[in-house]
Design a protein around this ligand. Structure first.
Ligand code: C5P
Length: 407
């Protein structure tokens, strides 16, 4: 992407170097514009070195020749300001342009993101809040601030969000909000079924597939409720995704039962354990009880429950992890469970569970669409992202077709 990073004059300006460096490393073209105050905190030379491009500051600077503000505004696909001070937000809310960055803001028609950073009292000030509302009303995306320790030593709301979150937000700035108004419930990860306090049955699913769907759906404007097994805990989840951590299949079913009535669609990406120990010991079993016979019993099938209770009014999509004949096996599963669609997923020793790369097909009605072939030479790490994207396209199309929810 072609990105303008704006830097205004706060102590968090040093973090903008990290943001710019990350964007450049991810192969984006980056131009930096600073306010005069920002240049007191961090030298323009740092950004010039990171981007290999001239930095613009004053209204009469011409880093791109005459009419640089217009050229830059036409060039950029996104504008992100980090940090955004109270003063910059006030100037922008008033439409004032006393530096090159603000001129570009007024001339730019694409997505604008601001990452405020200031003392908690300044953030809470009614004038700042009014300015934020004005900017939001103009379509500016406000990222953060976070709660945490500030330069003054105080702890409160006003810390700039981390560069990783900003990179994510910028990269998704142009994603169309085609799922806005839709509430989606996604299950993800493996469930834990304990024999005793320290031993359990589970599987190698990391939850990456389900988390990727949840994150992308969120960027596309959906309200997303992620019912996640314990393996998902450390995953990078969009801050607006509503996370419902659960442990066992029974917990997962209860959580899904709690949230389904308000949902429009359900995507079951969790690798739910089919069985659980019939008895869970309250103490750790001794090693000398090796002759112990562990009885197992069947877990509830969550997606069947969803289908049985909401199948006529909500979209229900499943995943089928198969080690052989993925398409035929998934087709059977889709029919048997009465799902609207299913993603057939080839799992083996080096793909599928626990891996980014996978081979997948999307099946619905009598259609079979190959999603990702996981072939050598292809970008394996993007496979599940592509699958999530395609699946959400399918869902957005169905929802649009069936406006009125009468599918
Ligand atoms: O039957 P199988 O486990 O292969 O079906 C896979 C689909 O069913 C997935 O969407 C999975 O999340 C869902 N499932 C479920 N509850 C279970 C087992 C599977 O929701 N107990």
């Amino acid at each position: 992407m072609r990105i303008i990073v704006g830097v205004s004059g706060g102590v968090a300006a040093y973090k903008a170097c990290d943001l710019v460096s990350r964007l450049v490393q991810r192969n984006h073209e980056v131009r930096v514009l600073m306010t005069p105050n920002a240049a007191d905190f961090v030298g323009p030379l740092s950004f010039r070195a990171l981007t290999g491009q001239t930095v613009g500051i004053m209204t009469d600077d011409e880093p791109d020749g005459p009419l640089s503000h217009i050229r830059l505004a036409h060039w950029a696909q996104a504008l992100v300001v980090a940090p955004a001070t109270a003063s910059l937000l006030a100037r922008w809310a008033a439409g004032q342009a006393s530096d090159l960055l603000s001129l570009v803001y007024l001339a730019f028609g694409g997505p604008v993101l601001v990452a405020p950073a200031m003392e908690p009292d300044m953030w809470a000030h009614p004038r700042t809040q009014a300015n934020i509302e004005t900017l939001k009303g103009d379509g500016v995306k406000v990222i953060g601030p976070d709660r945490g320790r500030l330069a003054s030593g105080r702890v409160g709301l006003g810390r700039m969000v981390g560069p990783e979150e900003l990179v994510d937000a910028v990269e998704h700035a142009n994603v169309p909000p085609d799922l806005s108004g839709v509430t989606l419930v996604v299950t993800a990860g493996a469930t834990f079924e304990y024999f005793d306090p320290v031993r359990l049955m589970t599987n190698p699913s990391t939850g990456f597939m389900g988390v990727t769907i949840a994150n992308l759906a969120c960027w596309r404007g959906a309200r997303v409720i992620l019912v996640e097994g314990p393996s998902v805990k450390a995953a990078k989840v969009h801050p607006d995704v509503e996370r419902r951590p659960v442990e066992s299949a029974q917990d997962m079913l209860s959580a899904v039962q709690d949230v389904m009535s308000g949902a429009d669609a359900f995507i079951g990406a969790a690798a739910v354990s089919d069985f659980r120990p019939a008895h869970r010991l309250t103490h750790k079993a001794k090693k000398d009880s090796l002759d112990l016979q562990w009885q197992v019993e069947e877990n509830p099938d969550i997606i069947r429950w969803v289908k049985a209770h909401y199948g006529n009014t909500k979209w229900v999509v499943g995943f089928a992890a198969e080690t052989e004949n993925p398409v035929e096996n998934a087709q059977k599963k889709c029919q048997d469970k009465g799902l609207d669609a299913i993603v057939a997923n080839l799992v083996g020793t080096d793909q599928g569970f626990g891996y980014h790369s996978h081979q997948a097909w999307l099946l619905w009605d009598d259609q079979v669409e190959p999603l990702f072939d996981g072939a050598e030479g292809s970008d394996g790490s993007e496979g599940k992202v592509h699958t999530a994207d395609r699946l959400l396209n399918w869902l957005a199309d169905r929802i649009q077709e069936a406006s009125g929810w009468s599918h």
